[in-house]
Design a protein around this ligand. Structure first.
Ligand code: ADE
Length: 222
């Protein structure tokens, strides 16, 4: 699967994607990530990507031309399993079901906005407007990282040991988050003399009971 990110801050992405699991997934050719600087698609020699809003008002607005040019260039011509996403706090809230659906695509083009927003005509270019939560950030870049990571990890072979996903009891539409886990020591003693214990059932060796306890303590996200 291919991810194409359109951003004004490519360095943030390049640094992150060079780390550990996503870097390995790229080397193993399970995913391809293209990070594109929106300024490279600007039309003028000053590489202008934003302008004052018509009608006046605060802030700057991302211009339509560079975004249009970038999406046109990046969109795979041969596949229809491709989606163009714009990050905005006004979008539909991202969830595990969307991550699962998007993991079936060939290509995700992620537009990370900045400033006060983008020229409204961007709607003609995007398939979906997405928010990662009910809060306002300074731009969509962190949202882009979050979406790449949550979609990529669902692709076969990305999380090295497939047990890690099985442990979560991931079902495509309902993703269980992991149940609570403990490791040695069995009892951890704090400086103040408190004893933080591992639940006895997990030390019992009774797999049926352990399974039941884990089910009871799994949090379902839908
Ligand atoms: N840009 C600013 N805030 C955002 C949010 N919550 N989700 C996606 N993009 C954003």
């Amino acid at each position: 699967m291919r991810f194409d990110i359109i951003t004004l801050f490519p360095e943030i992405f390049n640094f992150y994607f060079e780390q550990s699991i996503l870097s390995r997934a790229q080397k193993n050719k399970i995913i391809k990530i293209g990070v594109h600087n929106l300024r490279d698609f600007a039309f003028d020699k000053h590489k202008t990507v934003d302008d004052k809003p018509f009608g006046g008002g605060r802030g700057m607005v991302l211009k339509i031309e560079p975004i249009y040019k970038a999406v046109r260039k990046l969109k795979a011509k041969k596949s229809n399993k491709t989606k163009v996403v714009l990050f905005t706090p006004r979008g539909k809230k991202f969830n595990q079901k969307m991550a699962t659906d998007w993991a079936k695509l060939d290509q995700l083009i992620l537009i990370c906005g900045r400033y006060e927003g983008a020229d409204e005509r961007i709607n003609k270019l995007v398939d979906e407007k997405v928010s990662i939560g009910d809060f306002v950030m300074m731009g969509g870049d962190l949202a882009g990282l979050i979406v790449v990571e949550s979609v990529a990890r669902l692709l076969k072979g990305v999380v090295g040991n497939s047990e890690s996903l099985i442990g979560e009891r991931i079902t495509p539409e309902k993703g269980f988050v992991e149940y609570p886990q403990y490791t040695r020591p069995e009892v951890f003693e704090t400086k103040g003399g408190q004893k933080w214990r591992t639940p006895k059932v997990l030390l019992s060796g009774n797999h049926q009971k352990i399974e039941k306890w884990r089910k009871g303590h799994s949090k379902v996200i839908e």
